[in-house]
Design a protein around this ligand. Structure first.
Ligand SMILES: Cc1ncc(COP(=O)(O)O)c(C=O)c1O
Length: 414
């Protein structure tokens, strides 16, 4: 565009922005929360009758049962493609398990470590863009993160292998399916390299399969059998696999899972036993009775998809109509998960987020998808379409598009 054309664009977007502000909207597309309609799919979970005893006769009302009930573990073992002995069911949050694993490794010696990680200077590999709460855990515990660019099928593996060869690199965050926030899906070749690359004996991958079942299309790929792959590669302890029912049943009131090698599970349980006298088995049994089996979960996920996929369609349509061909934005087209990554003109993401805020549209803070909130290009914005109604979402995304164009015109003229 010539300067004159850019000035026209700026004027046009300024007037759209003024109109948007005058409307006084209050919209929020910050976090990947299920919508009320999705939560209503599981209404029965609030009234289901839970017996006092599990299938094995265990009294679910009492302490104990650290590994969780076999019936709920069996359902998720099937879904994740792991042996039932290699998965444990815990309380309501997989993020808590991730935090605990890291906390235990910091304070106590994990297998393969010479001493607790907290007594060493250690580093984690952090594919970017990534999940802000993963990065927050490292930040909270004082662990340095090394960002590596995440592509559509996984991170730059040459770089990951180079970094993992450093013995002070002890861990890596991975969201292998429909990554938060880009929707990337790790392919088999990437996974094989991750489990077989040379690394410190106490190196672990947090394989966070939060969205393993959250497809947005007919293709419903099975999660990679990562534990088996690690075993075959001769590194059986390399992977902690996490999952939960947070976006299957109720977010914050579901059941979380840890799948790993026997050695890792025993290590985790030895510390978890000090922290708690056992998980919430009433909720585990309630979930097992409600979900019934792996197919029960798959059917439920199709009903979630019927509510979610149109929202992703709305995001894509509006971004295409407003920003397509402008050269100032690109965005992802995820086939699952909860997010779209919107990359705007370099140097304008924070301006877009603050303009949107001024207009009453809450976006995830710019930089959130990078360690220490630092997006070196100030480019990446995460859109979370799940929670608002379709009407609200359309209004919010249209408003964001105005902010993207306005910020770009300002920058190019500035
Ligand atoms: C990648 C990822 N992992 C974990 C979580 C949280 O999981 P949970 O509710 O089981 O703690 C989220 C929630 O947004 C997520 O996006």
């Amino acid at each position: 565009m010539s300067r004159d054309q850019l000035s026209d664009l700026l004027e046009e977007q300024q007037s759209l922005f003024a109109e948007l502000k005058a409307r006084g909207v209050k919209l929020d597309i910050t976090r990947g929360k299920p919508s009320p309609r999705q939560l209503d799919l599981n209404r029965e979970l609030l009234s289901i009758r839970v017996p006092a005893h599990a299938a094995d006769g265990q009294d679910v009302r009492n302490y104990g049962g650290a590994k969780g009930l076999p019936e709920i573990r069996a359902i998720f073992a099937d879904l994740l493609g792991v042996g039932v002995d290699h998965i444990l069911a815990a309380d309501n949050s997989s993020l808590s398990i991730m935090y605990d694993l890291l906390g235990y490794a910091m304070l106590h010696r994990i297998d393969g470590a010479a001493e607790p990680w907290g007594r060493q200077t250690i580093k984690f590999i952090a594919p970017v863009p990534g999940y802000d709460r993963h990065f927050a855990i490292c930040e909270h515990l004082g662990i340095e993160m090394i960002p590596v660019e995440l592509g559509e099928h996984g991170p730059d593996m040459d770089e990951v292998e180079r970094l993992a060869a450093d013995p002070s690199v002890k861990g890596m965050w991975v969201v292998p399916m429909y990554a938060n926030p880009s929707g990337a899906v790790y392919d088999e070749q990437t996974a094989r390299r991750l489990v077989s690359m040379p690394a410190a004996p106490d190196f672990r991958i947090w394989w966070d399969n939060a969205y393993a079942l959250h497809h947005l299309t007919d293709a419903e790929p099975r999660p990679l059998p990562i534990l088996q792959m690690a075993q075959q590669a001769g590194n059986p302890d390399r992977v902690f696999e996490l999952a939960s029912t947070s976006k299957i049943t109720f977010a914050g009131d579901g059941v979380a899972f840890l799948a790993s090698s026997t050695g890792n599970l025993n290590w985790y349980l030895s510390h978890a036993a000090v922290r708690s006298i056992g998980p919430d088995k009433v909720n585990q049994l309630r979930h097992a009775l409600y979900l019934k089996d792996a197919d029960g979960v798959r059917q439920l996920m199709r009903r979630h998809r019927a509510l979610l996929a149109p929202k992703f369609g709305i995001v894509d349509r509006i971004l295409r109509e407003r920003l397509g061909g402008t050269g100032v934005a690109t965005w992802t087209h995820p086939s699952g998960g909860y997010f779209v990554t919107l990359d705007v003109l370099d140097g304008t993401a924070s301006r877009v987020v603050s303009l949107a805020k001024e207009a009453g549209i809450a976006l995830t803070p710019a930089g959130a998808s990078h360690p220490l909130h630092h997006d070196p290009h100030d480019r990446t914005i995460r859109l979370a379409p799940s929670f608002p109604s379709e009407g609200e979402l359309a209004e919010a995304v249209d408003g964001v598009a105005t902010c993207v164009l306005l910020a770009a015109a300002e920058k190019l003229l500035g």
